[in-house]
Design a protein around this ligand. Structure first.
Ligand SMILES: [Zn+2]
Length: 470
C-alpha cells in the first residue's frame, strides 16, 4: 500500500431545511404520510410553472461562501432529462455548466498540518421522489414484487457539492465530511444527518504510484450512510484497486455499493449508469443573478469556520481532541469553560466522554458553573460528579450543592471496609502478593462499589496498598 497513493474526491448532497419545496409551496417535512405533501407543480402536471425558493438560493450562496467559492453573477437552471417514476416531469431541474457557486477551497486540519481541498462547484437542484421496491432482496428493484413511490420528497431543495480529488486517505475524507457537516449545521441551513439521508456522500476513488501525477481510472462508491462506513468503504475500495493493479489487472470504471454489515463491495450493473441526460436550459426559469446586496451581507455574517477553530484549539490540545470537540459542536463551550478557569485537558476529556454520554446540550450550559465542577472533579464522589455533569444543562444549574457532597476520605471509616473486602477475596490477595499488582484495581473497585462511588479513590488506593503490605 505504501507504494500507492490514494486519490479521492467527494460528491455530497445536502437537503436544505427550508419551510417549502424548491419550486412550489408544498411543505418540506420528514416522516409525513406518503404523497400528502404534493401539488400539481411537484407532481409534474402539464402547464404548471416552477417558482424558485428565494431562501434556498440565499442558503446556497451562504454555503458557497463558507466553502470559499465564487458566487456566479449569472447562474442557470438546466433540465436533466431522464425517464423514471421518481420524477413525474420526466426531468429534474438542476444546474449544469453555470452553477451558483464554483472554484472554492475548504481547509481540513490534519495530524501533520492542513490540507486544502478544492471545491469544483456547489449547485442547487430539486430532489427526486422516494421509491421503495417491495419483495426483492436488499430493497433492490431486481426480484421485487412491486414498487411504491412517495412524492413528498420530490422537489425538495438539494445542494450538490463536488470536490477536487485532493483527499489522500479515507481518514482525510471522513474528517472533511465531519467538518463540512458541522459547517452546514452551524450555518443553520440543514440538519445534515446521514442517518436520515439529509446528508449523503459518494466517493470517486483511484490510486496511483507514489510520485506519479497523472490519474488512473476511478470508480465511484455509493450507498454510505455514516462517517465510519465512508472511511471503511473507501479503505476497502482502495485495497481492492491496489490488488487489481498489483496482480497485473486493470481497474474498470464502475460504480460500487459498500455493504457495511459484511464489508463487501458489489458492482452495479453498468446499465444503471448510462448518463446521457440531454441537459438544456430550463425555459420556464430566468437565470439567477444574486445581487451584491444579497451576497455581501451573507459574507460578512459568516461564522468562524470549524477548520479554523480546530487549528486554534491545537495550541492546548492534541489533534484528535481538538477535532472531536469541534465536530461535535462542543468547542465553544470548551473555550468558555477554559476561559472561566477550567484546565484544558480534563475539560476536553469530560466534554468528550461523560458529558457526551449524558447527551447534554452544550448551548444550555453555564461555563462558570461547569468550570467549578471540573476543578472539583477529584474531590467529590464519582457518582456525584457524573450526576452533576448530566444535570449541567438544566436551567439555573449551580455546581455548589454538588461540591458540598464531600468524598469519604476518612481513613477510620474506610479501613474496616477495606479489610472486609480483602478477607472476602483470599485468592486475589494471594495473587497480588505473588506479584500480580494489577489486582489492586479490583480491590479499589470493590470498595468504591460498596460505598456507591462515594469514597475518595486516592485514599482507598493507599489503604488497600497498606493493608496488602501488612
Ligand atoms: Zn408541490
Amino acid at each position: 500500500m505504501n507504494r500507492w497513493e490514494p486519490v479521492i474526491g467527494l460528491e455530497i448532497h445536502v437537503h436544505l431545511k427550508t419551510r417549502t419545496k424548491m419550486f412550489c409551496a408544498c411543505a418540506v417535512e420528514y416522516g409525513a404520510e406518503p404523497n400528502t405533501l404534493t401539488c400539481p407543480v411537484c407532481l409534474g402536471h402539464p402547464g404548471t410553472l416552477p417558482v424558485p425558493n428565494a431562501r434556498a438560493v440565499e442558503w446556497t450562496v451562504k454555503l458557497g461562501l463558507a466553502l470559499g467559492c465564487e458566487i456566479a453573477a449569472h447562474a442557470v437552471f438546466h433540465r436533466k432529462n431522464y425517464f423514471y417514476p421518481d420524477l413525474a416531469k420526466g426531468y429534474q431541474i438542476s444546474q449544469y455548466d453555470e452553477p451558483l457557486c464554483r472554484d472554492g477551497r475548504f481547509l481540513v486540519p490534519t495530524a501533520e498540518g492542513e490540507l486544502e481541498v478544492g471545491i469544483v462547484r456547489a449547485h442547487l437542484e430539486e430532489d427526486a421522489a422516494k421509491i421503495v421496491h417491495v419483495g426483492g432482496a436488499g430493497g433492490r428493484i431486481g426480484g421485487a414484487d412491486y414498487s411504491l413511490v412517495d412524492y413528498n420528497r420530490a422537489g425538495t431543495p438539494l445542494v450538490e457539492i463536488v470536490t477536487r480529488p485532493d483527499l489522500r486517505s479515507a481518514d482525510d475524507a471522513r474528517r472533511f465530511l465531519q467538518l463540512l457537516r458541522q459547517t452546514i449545521v452551524e450555518l443553520g441551513i440543514s440538519d445534515a444527518e446521514m442517518e436520515k439521508g439529509t446528508l449523503r456522500a459518494d466517493a470517486n476513488i483511484s490510486v496511483r504510484r507514489a510520485g506519479d501525477t497523472g490519474l488512473r481510472t476511478r470508480t465511484e462508491l455509493k450507498n454510505m450512510n455514516s462517517f465510519s462506513f465512508i472511511a471503511r468503504g473507501i479503505e476497502a475500495e482502495l485495497a481492492r484497486q491496489v490488488e487489481v493493479w498489483e496482480s497485473g489487472g486493470e481497474v474498470v470504471q464502475q460504480t460500487y455499493d459498500f455493504h457495511a454489515d459484511t464489508g463487501a463491495l458489489t458492482a452495479r450493473r453498468t446499465k444503471e449508469e448510462a448518463e446521457d441526460y440531454r441537459y438544456f436550459p430550463e425555459p420556464d426559469l430566468v437565470p439567477l443573478s444574486p445581487p451584491p446586496e444579497l451576497v455581501e451581507p451573507v459574507r460578512r455574517q459568516l461564522p468562524e469556520l470549524p477548520g479554523a477553530r480546530v487549528g486554534r484549539l491545537r495550541a492546548d490540545l492534541d489533534f484528535e481532541a481538538a477535532t472531536g470537540l469541534v465536530t461535535s459542536g462542543r468547542d465553544r463551550l470548551f473555550e468558555a469553560v477554559v476561559a472561566a478557569g477550567g484546565e484544558p485537558r480534563p475539560t476536553a476529556n469530560v466534554l468528550m466522554n461523560q458529558f457526551a454520554t449524558a447527551g447534554v446540550d452544550p448551548a444550555a450550559v453555564e461555563a462558570d458553573e461547569f468550570a467549578k465542577l471540573i476543578a472539583a472533579r477529584d474531590r467529590i464522589p464519582r457518582d456525584t460528579f457524573l450526576r452533576a455533569v448530566a444535570e449541567s444543562g438544566r436551567p439555573g444549574f449551580a455546581a455548589e450543592p454538588y461540591l458540598a457532597e464531600a468524598a469519604i476520605s476518612d481513613t477510620d471509616a474506610l479501613a474496616p471496609l477495606v479489610e472486609r473486602v480483602l478477607a472476602e477475596n483470599p485468592k486475589q490477595v494471594a495473587s497480588y502478593r505473588g506479584g500480580k499488582e494489577g489486582v489492586l484495581g479490583f480491590f479499589v473497585g470493590q470498595v468504591m462499589r460498596e460505598t456507591r462511588g462515594k469514597a475518595d479513590p486516592k485514599v482507598v488506593n493507599e489503604l488497600v496498598r497498606e493493608k496488602l503490605r501488612a
